[in-house]
Design a binder for this molecule. Sequence first.
Ligand SMILES: [Zn+2]
Ligand SMILES: [Zn+2]
Length: 266
Amino acid sequence: MQIKFLTLFSGSSGNCALLATEGAKLLIDAGKPGTAILQQLDKLKFDTSSLNGILVTHEHTDHAKGVGVLSRKYDIPVYATAATFAAMEKTIGPLATKNQMVICAGSEFCVGNICVQPLSIPHDAADPVGFMLRCAGRMVAQLTDLGYMPKNILEVASEADLVVLESNHDIEMLKNGPYPAMLKKRVLGRRGHLSNDTAADSAITLACRGVNTIVLGHLSAQNNTETVAYKTVANALSREGLCLGEDIQLEVAPREGPRVAFDLSV
Ligand SMILES: [Zn+2]
Ligand SMILES: [Zn+2]
């Protein structure tokens, strides 16, 4: 069974990932204009009309911007919680009723051979979720946009082969950076975003429990760099005696385009 995962966009300016198996193809978020996402898919020679669904974590534009355009153009079902649908209605425009697949946090559903477990995450959106995606014994966990890492989420994500883990900001860069005080408070809050340090703590737990690959994602353009995020997490893993490249693969999802196509085939 061929299973591939790639991030097409990652960061505060837009998020979109693709999980493609022989039995189903899903986008996770579509937070860029439809045209930009289509361009990326074209570059990969991916047939967009073969998509079986778009999973939406929450309504913020960096996750939902292209959802409506893609769904309408290619007749793709959209999977989101009822509150997320209501909150993104104005941004994404009308969707065909048959393409509005209402999901509930905690209730698993399947699209083709991919089983999806949406789990509530702490973030300042209507009803945000992270996704645990399982296929043929493999598992990918998509965990971005969290103010902190809840224990139950870490527990479930520990079963994954690959975890996309938010590493949004360097706390000092954020504190000393250009954001207005209110926004700094929001990002640092319990319903904001995970810092590099918090990502490092979670990465240690995930790696110790056998997760194979961690992809740091949703980096802030203002308050982080790929190098700072990578070093913070890599150093923390090394301090715990974990060997990078052996015990754990660590990658950073680029802002645009996939750097690596992760092969999870079995
Ligand atoms: Zn968000
Ligand atoms: Zn976001």
